[in-house]
Design a protein around this ligand. Sequence first.
Ligand SMILES: [Zn+2]
Length: 107
Amino acid sequence: MSEPKRYADRPKLRTRSDSRSKSEPRKISIADCKVQRITRLLVYCENRAEYCSHSAKLIVENFPDHFTLDDVEQRCRCTACGKKKCDVRPEYPPALGQGGPRSGAPR
Ligand SMILES: [Zn+2]
C-alpha cells in the first residue's frame, strides 16, 4: 500500500509565490475569483496547429486560494489532444454585469 498517485505529479509551486516580484497585471488568483463569485474557470485548448479547440470547465473550489490562473494553466492538460498549452479564464456569472440585461423591465 502506498500513497495515491494523483499527488505525485503536483508541480512545485511553494517557493514561487513570494519570490516573484514582477508586476504582472493580469495575475488573477483563485482567491480573487472567489471574491468575484466566480465558481468556474473556462479552459480552452490552445493547440491551434491541430485545431483542437477543446474546452472544459474547472471548479474554482478545487484549487487553493493562492493559486493564480497561470498556476492552473500549468497544471492543465487537454483531455482531447493531450497538449499542455491552454488558456484559462474566469467564467463570470451572467447575473453580475458585463452589460447583461437587468431585471427591471422597461416600459
Ligand atoms: Zn486539445
